[in-house]
Unconditional design. Structure first.
Length: 116
């Protein structure tokens, strides 16, 4: 059974490259990417994309800072830490998502004020 599985897997890997060759009948101008037009996307979609990039890009950094601050606070105050690690993780992630949302919202507000 194990040999059959390895044989099928090997055949799939070997024959998967058979269809990747380029045909000589197609021209290179058909496959070249075309730059976006200036008015191809609505301004609201551009602002939404910027907010999305800021929000998800800031998550790892804010999680790192939140975790450092959270752990430092409980170490310095010698207060009782949350009873389970799931509660602690939930609190850290809630703070992280909130900070990322505030950053994206602040960037949107500053961008709107600068446009006026």
């Amino acid at each position: 059974m194990k040999r059959l599985f390895i044989l099928i897997l090997l055949a799939a890997f070997l024959f998967s490259c058979a269809t990747t060759g380029s045909s000589s009948t197609s021209t290179t101008t058909d496959t070249e990417p075309v730059p976006y037009e200036e008015d191809e996307f609505a301004p609201g979609l551009i602002k939404l994309r910027r907010a999305e990039v800021l929000f998800f890009g800031a998550l790892p950094l804010f999680y790192m800072f939140t975790s450092l601050g959270y752990d430092t606070y409980y170490d310095m105050t010698s207060a009782d830490a949350p009873s389970s690690t799931n509660t602690e993780l939930g609190q850290k992630f809630a703070i992280t998502v909130s900070l990322s949302g505030i950053l994206a919202l602040a960037d949107f507000i500053v961008g709107e004020l600068q446009d006026d």
